[in-house]
Design a protein around this ligand. Structure first.
Ligand code: FES
Ligand code: FE2
Length: 461
């Protein structure tokens, strides 16, 4: 049992780094209030994070409200067609401008005193300006505060609060190749269908990221009832088929087939006419894949699976993005998007959507299995005794070898049952937490990570 003092967060982080090299992690790192404050600055103040898909805001004036660095953010397509992201906060007193989660508008008018901003963020009108501020007031100085870095990869809009962050494509590294695999099957690309579902789980956010980055092992037990219901292949070890792929920057994924002898339709059972966007290597990979799951560090996961809607129909593929938004050390808000190929016919889109709702939507059978487990881990790693133990992250160490037949980038292991990606996810997290750095997130005021759980840079630096 670890004897690390729970109150010294840096000591705990250092113990985590030392332990991970041997496949062990202090349980006290899972859902720790002090760690949560440090993550707010050094992880969520620095990393690229997913905000929206471009098809959520296709027209000029379309906007959605999202969260970044603890603050409410308006992501809006301006009259000029350009997508911007800016603080949902009036420059007069800070009142939130958008009270609805989405809509279309040419201007945002503050409900307090009526300052009005164009959807590009510039201040357009101030009531009684001439009388109380004078004609000379420079309205350009009082534009909405823009998210300093905003980039679009294949329709996925990411924001970053660190002005000096590397370009998004460099941050993604080889993950970009796999994002192409799941987003570019069809030349027409993807569309988000419906609004993202959201729900709150009494779980630390890292448990969602850890699960999706590499945990195919849990399907054997956690989702056994779904296997018994006929929603997944009958062999309970179905998710052990290759591969578990390590990437850079804490990203990782699994691209899994089905056990030999199991029937598997080509291209995950996507309608053949819409699978026209992949190069040969990716097409070959999709040909033998049934489950693709992964995490873009820190908190965006994705799942592209061929799965049963019920125990009678042919399995149907579906794609979802999931965002694990931390609310506190033991609570997260899950955001779940459903995406489908734009060029697919309406019947396929509806079948794919129903498959998503029944499996990984808020009331989906797989989703509920996972949520309960993460809640249980969050609670189960609390307390003096459980919080001071170490957890086993050894799976595959010294046992699994590289899959030399793999055609994609990254470091593949030939079994989906592995924990190297989880070790690397946690390793990257701990690396960031030990780096006080000289970036703006440490030295200048930044938006709070969470309205519900205010952090203080002085406390955590
Ligand atoms: S707070 Fe927005 S106009 Fe006064
Ligand atoms: Fe699961």
């Amino acid at each position: 049992m670890s004897i690390v003092g729970k109150n010294d967060i840096q000591q705990l982080v250092a113990a985590g780094q030392e332990g991970l090299a041997k496949g062990r992690l202090p349980a006290g790192l899972v859902a720790n209030a002090e760690l949560h404050k440090l993550e707010a600055q050094r992880v969520f103040g620095r990393c690229w994070q997913f905000l929206a898909h471009e098809t959520e805001i296709p027209q000029a004036g379309d906007y959605v409200v999202r969260y970044l660095g603890g603050g409410s953010i308006i992501v809006v397509r301006g009259e000029d067609g350009e997508v911007r992201a800016m603080a949902n906060s009036c420059r007069h007193r800070g009142t939130m401008l958008c009270r609805t989660e989405m809509g279309n508008t040419s201007h945002f008018r503050c409900p307090y005193h009526g300052w009005t901003y164009r959807n590009t963020g510039t201040l357009a009108g101030v009531p009684a300006q001439k009388e109380v501020y004078g004609v000379e007031m420079d309205k350009n100085e009082w534009s909405l505060t823009q998210v300093p870095r905003l980039e679009n990869y294949r329709g996925m809009i990411f924001g970053c609060l660190d002005e000096k962050a590397e370009p998004l494509v460099d941050y993604l590294g080889d993950m970009a190749w796999y994002l192409d695999l799941i987003t570019q099957k069809s030349k027409g690309g993807l569309e988000v269908r419906g609004e993202p579902q959201r729900w709150i789980i009494d779980s630390n956010w890292k448990l969602g990221a850890d699960n999706f980055v590499g945990d195919a092992y849990h399907t054997l037990m956690t989702h056994r009832s779904a296997v018994e219901l006929g929603l997944a292949p009958p062999d309970p070890k179905f998710a052990s088929e290759p591969a578990h792929i390590g990437l850079s920057n804490g990203h990782g994924l699994g691209v899994l087939g089905v056990p030999p002898g199991q029937p598997m339709p080509p291209f995950m059972n996507y309608p053949p006419e819409i699978v026209d966007g992949l190069d040969q290597d990716r097409a070959d990979m999709l040909q033998r894949s049934a489950f693709i799951h992964g995490t873009v560090f820190p908190n965006l996961s994705f799942l592209n699976v061929l799965i049963g809607r019920d125990n009678k129909s042919m399995p149907v593929p579906m794609l979802t993005f999931r965002l694990w938004r931390p609310l506190s050390h033991d609570t997260m808000e899950v955001w779940s998007w459903f995406l489908v190929e734009k060029d697919a016919d309406e019947e396929f889109k509806q079948q794919s959507y129903e498959t998503y709702v029944r499996t990984f939507g808020i009331s989906g059978v797989f989703e509920q299995d996972d949520a309960e487990t993460w809640r249980s881990i969050t609670a189960g790693t609390q307390g003096i005794l459980a919080g001071s133990q170490t957890l086993n992250f050894e799976m595959g160490m010294g046992v699994l070898t590289s899959d030399d037949t793999w055609r994609g980038p990254g470091r593949p292991l030939s079994s989906g049952y592995a924990e190297r990606n989880q070790r690397e996810f946690w390793g990257r997290l701990l690396e960031l937490l030990t780096d006080s750095g000289d970036d703006a997130s440490e030295t200048e005021p930044k938006p709070q990570l969470l309205a519900q759980s205010r952090t203080n840079a002085d406390e955590v630096a």
